[in-house]
Design a protein around this ligand. Structure first.
Ligand code: SF4
Length: 768
């Protein structure tokens, strides 16, 4: 009889989760009026011993256990039923079970009829359900299969499977009727690849868990009471966000730092399911139901894989399992063998294949063949009739063998009709499909000054650096030093500033390992930083701006079809609110030798200062008037000797602000008391003819235009990035290839002269 024949009202149907959906469909069709509840055997057992994170937390806290160990203890307590055992290990676990008793729930199983389908019940299970009426049902088939296909490599095995699938589809078999059974994840990448070559869609399960996603990583790295709000603000993938919120809510009553391990475990054990392709070849398990019009391939019919081999290495060993009424490893192996044989005999249209080796190991045929006695068919020859792309790859690989090792194989003859571009290399960037790019970006793009700068220098450089992130960021002594100076300067002009404390706090929080030489220099640089702070304080005395903001993070929403955010951090904003307006100047600290020219903004290059202007329009001030925007060179020891000034004066001079000043005297007077011969801004001076020739002046209209150009440049870069335009196009400005300057990807892009884009040759420095 079939399992359906045993279903009456108020039945509990115990089925594996893998096939639950199929079973529900079948039952709804065949017995729509019968009241059935579905449960897996694992969950049925759990109903008698249901624990949650409180019990895990208890064991972790009281016994200083790791999360995984506490889980193993709890999972196995279920099987202890007597008051004592002839085993110290079981009795110790029993004591723990008594301790957590109050944290455990037990549910009543109130069903008149229990039908178990697709499982073998151990004595333990039978004891658990002893007062119930239980029926165990298994499908037994009577189909006879005669052969199994052997292949030298996994590649040849999968090639055969795809040849057969292509033939079936050509014969009119619906793709959804074709199934791959019991495939392990070692086959996933080759199945994906072959699916692409043969143009046959195949639904491969996603192996990614929540912990591996950007949102999951952000969550765990920024655990705090506000992390969920931050995630909602920054990311758009609602499905992943909801999963993270569920985990967060589970632990809401705990101190968040106490339960970090629990959260990491949950993140690692929450899979991100990809959407199953509607029309595709599906992967199914040995539990899955198969009908007579299905075509099934069992791949990897190898020893150790099919059937899996259980060893005596579980938490309970075989002796203890006997005491508890559980299946021993030997019994499990017998049951697994029978299950696979029954399954094979129940499939009408079946192909069984195995390989002798893959990239890592050598393999044998499954031990099941001792019983099935299938005839081994070797030396399958592909017809090469189904995929031009795959045929060309096979031909290239045969040509490789011929050229490198002098080995001639028969594919050179079969496939000699292809005209390959063999050994010809084209470095041209091939556009990525828009849909794939957006999927890769997770519908979220973050832009900044440096990413836009990369894009305009060379879009392929941006692609490698900012999309593929090929260039791993590594902290160096220089980057740590830069961060140290920025950090201390962001605190230096606030009340209660304590230099030594802040200096040390920063160093204490560094992961970077300093060597002795670096420790020596970092100590020396303390005085340099103190000098910078003192000089800036002196400069403040000459300014009329009485308020300041430090390290201002500004986000600008640039979303189009997906969420796009432009983000920048302005090191310092000095300002004064007066007469219904805000006069402000923007300052960015720079290590090294920055470029100060705004002429190249029209090419999207060197836009750092204009970008600060652009960001400043987002500040929540009334009627902003820009007094100036500047870079301030810190950590730059180059002093040009001059007989009119002392060393100290030259050093102070080096710290003057460098950039553009608003030429409106009404604004300037309210900003720099010394503007006629500025003690704060480099080269700012007046003469009898107005401002000195060396003063860099700008007016309100030009500032407005600069902001407009920056906006256009960001929009242009954003649209091209989202469109997947990443051509190799380094810019050569007035004869100098600035695109490739310091680019780490020269070995990847194979840049040619024809790729270089010449710009410049225009002396007009206006921003029109
Ligand atoms: S080396 Fe030049 S051409 Fe190549 S990626 Fe870098 S910037 Fe582009």
């Amino acid at each position: 009889m079939k399992y359906l024949d045993y279903l009456t009202d108020n039945t509990l149907l115990v089925v594996p989760n893998d096939i639950k959906e199929d079973i529900i469909l079948e039952v709804t069709e065949e017995k729509p009026l019968v009241n059935i509840k579905y449960i897996s055997l694992e969950n049925l057992r759990r109903s008698f011993f249901e624990y949650d994170e409180k019990a895990i937390y208890y064991l972790m806290k009281h016994y200083n256990l790791k999360y995984e160990v506490a889980l193993i203890y709890l999972d196995n307590m279920l099987y202890l039923k007597k008051k004592s055992y002839d085993s110290e290990k079981l009795n110790n676990l029993l004591k723990l079970k008594v301790e957590v008793k109050n944290l455990i729930k037990t549910r009543k199983i109130n069903f008149d009829n229990i039908v178990v389908y697709g499982y073998d019940l151990s004595n333990f299970d039978l004891e658990l359900l002893k007062d119930k009426k239980i029926t165990m049902v298994k499908d037994k088939g009577s189909y006879i299969h005669n052969c199994v296909y052997e292949f030298k490599t996994i590649n040849e095995e999968v090639e055969f499977v795809f040849d057969k699938i292509a033939e079936l589809i050509k014969q009119g078999i619906g793709i959804n009727k074709i199934k791959l059974m019991g495939v392990t994840n070692s086959y996933y990448s080759i199945l994906k690849r072959m699916g692409y070559f043969y143009n046959i869609p195949i639904s491969i399960p996603n192996d990614i868990n929540l912990y591996q996603t950007t949102i999951g990583k952000y969550f765990i790295d920024n655990l705090s009471d506000t992390v969920i709000d931050e995630i909602k603000e920054k990311f758009t993938n609602q499905d992943i966000i909801n999963k993270v919120i569920d985990i967060y809510n589970k632990y809401i009553e705990y101190d968040i730092n106490d339960i970090k391990d629990l959260i990491i475990y949950d993140l690692k054990h929450t899979k991100i399911k990809n959407k199953e392709l509607k029309n595709s070849v599906k992967l199914i398990s040995f539990d899955s139901k198969v009908s007579d019009d299905d075509y099934v391939f069992i791949l990897g019919f190898n020893y150790g894989s099919i059937p899996v081999i259980y060893k005596d290495e579980d938490f309970f060993n075989d002796e203890e399992k006997k005491l508890l009424g559980l299946f021993t490893s030997q019994e499990l192996n017998k049951l697994e063998k029978m299950k696979i044989i029954d399954k094979i005999n129940s499939i009408k249209n079946l192909y069984i294949t195995y390989k002798l080796q893959d990239n890592k190991e050598k393999y044998l045929i499954s031990n099941l063949n001792e019983e099935l006695n299938l005839k081994i068919i070797k030396d399958y020859k592909s017809s090469f009739n189904h995929s031009d792309l795959y045929n060309q790859i096979v031909l290239s690989s045969s040509l490789d063998k011929l050229i490198k090792y002098g080995v001639k194989d028969e594919n050179l003859v079969y496939l000699n009709n292809y005209d390959l571009n063999y050994r010809k290399y084209d470095n041209k960037y091939n556009k990525i499909e828009n849909e794939d790019l957006l999927k890769y970006l997770n519908d979220n793009l973050l832009l900044s000054y440096s990413s836009i700068d990369n894009y305009y220098k060379c879009s392929f450089r941006y692609y490698l650096n900012n999309i593929l992130k090929v260039n791993k960021f590594e902290e160096t002594y220089q980057t740590v030093l830069g961060s140290l100076f920025h950090y201390v300067l962001s605190k230096a002009f606030t009340d209660d500033f304590d230099f030594e404390k802040e200096y040390q706090t920063f160093l204490d929080n560094q992961k970077y390992q300093f060597n002795n030489k670096e420790i020596f220099f970092i100590e020396k640089l303390k005085n340099e930083l103190k000098f910078i702070i003192d000089t800036i304080k002196k400069q403040y005395q000459n300014l009329n701006l009485n308020q300041a903001l430090y390290e201002q993070k500004i986000f600008i929403d640039k979303s189009t079809s997906i969420k796009v955010t432009f983000m920048g951090i302005i090191d310092k904003i000095l300002y004064k609110e007066e007469d219904n307006q805000t006069i402000l100047c923007i300052i960015d600290y720079k290590t090294g030798n920055p470029i100060l020219d705004i002429d190249n903004t029209k090419y999207g290059l060197e836009m750092q200062l204009p970008i600060y202007l652009y960001l400043s329009k987002e500040l929540k001030f009334k009627n902003i008037k820009i007094a100036g925007f500047y870079l301030q060179k810190i950590l730059n020891n180059e002093i040009n000797k001059d007989n009119n000034h002392s060393y100290l004066e030259l050093k102070e001079n080096n710290l003057k602000l460098q950039g553009y000043t608003n030429d409106d005297l009404n604004i300037l007077e309210k900003f720099d008391k010394t503007y006629e011969n500025s003690q704060v801004i480099k080269s700012l001076k007046t003469t009898s003819n107005g401002f000195s020739h060396y003063s860099k002046m700008i007016n309100d209209e030009e500032i407005g235009k600069l902001i407009e150009i920056v906006d256009e440049k960001i929009n242009f870069a954003r649209d091209n990035i989202l469109n997947g335009s990443f051509d190799i196009n380094p810019k050569r400005l007035d004869g100098e290839n600035i695109g490739c300057l310091y680019c780490p990807f020269i070995d990847i892009c194979y840049r040619q002269e024809k790729d270089i884009v010449d710009i410049g040759g225009d002396d007009n420095a206006s921003v029109d």
